[in-house]
Design a protein around this ligand. Structure first.
Ligand SMILES: CSCCC(=O)C(=O)COP(=O)(O)O
Length: 209
């Protein structure tokens, strides 16, 4: 299985060599700070540095989405979902629950991901009613971002929302804005402290919700 971040890094050199001066690539290149967009080498070094530190900055997330497009289109990339995710989404939708995504990945990248999952059906876009990222909502560890999402859906009271995340700081921020929020503890995630487990509900599968 090809992973998203390595795919983006592997697609970068050819994209830069073939599209550096193309108008279609200009918005992605021009979004980078000038000193990093001055040459292919500078941009490559900056992207490698940001990705090695998993920096969730909008101009990187936008470029990643662009780089993933060809992988999804060719079938080389598929978004791997935990086996409990698609059945839970189907059950929640059946009972009238709205599903929305809030990720540091750009909205364009989110849409590609949920359109090309390893599930059956692979395309989960019809199940999802809205998408938020750091541009249209804000940073995921800021309570104001969750307030912004709530403001976009004034018909749904804050306490009716359930925000799921593997990041305790995001869970704290969502709760501060009045949402319910659980930590989803998946294999490979950062270890949770005893205090985190006391303060927040922790689930290991969507089937527990
Ligand atoms: C949905 S696009 C791929 C995920 C991504 O780029 C990312 O940074 C994940 O961030 P999240 O806030 O969803 O943990």
């Amino acid at each position: 299985m090809i992973m998203l971040f390595p795919y983006a890094l592997s697609a970068l050199p050819e994209t830069l060599n073939t599209q550096w001066d193309e108008p279609a690539f200009a918005p992605y290149r021009n979004a980078f700070p000038e000193e990093h967009a001055s040459s292919k080498e500078a941009l490559t070094a900056h992207v490698q540095d940001l990705m090695s530190r998993d920096v969730k900055i909008a101009y990187l997330k936008s470029l990643q989405g662009y780089l993933w497009q060809s992988g999804y289109a060719s079938g080389d990339l598929k978004a791997p979902l935990f086996p409990d995710v698609a059945p839970a989404i189907a059950a929640w939708r059946k009972s009238g629950v709205q599903i929305m995504i809030y990720s540091s990945g750009s909205v364009a990248a989110q849409k590609l991901l949920f359109q090309h999952t390893n599930g059956d059906p692979a395309d989960l876009i019809p199940e999802i009613s809205d998408f938020f990222d750091t541009v249209n909502a804000g940073p995921k560890q800021d309570a104001t971002s969750y307030a912004q999402i709530l403001a976009e859906h004034p018909d749904i009271p804050a306490e009716k929302w359930l925000f799921l995340s593997d990041n305790v700081n995001e869970v704290k921020a969502a709760k501060e804005a009045g949402m319910q929020s659980f930590v989803v503890d998946r294999p490979g995630n950062a270890a949770l402290s005893v205090e985190d487990r006391e303060k927040h509900r922790v689930v290991t599968s969507f089937a527990e919700i």
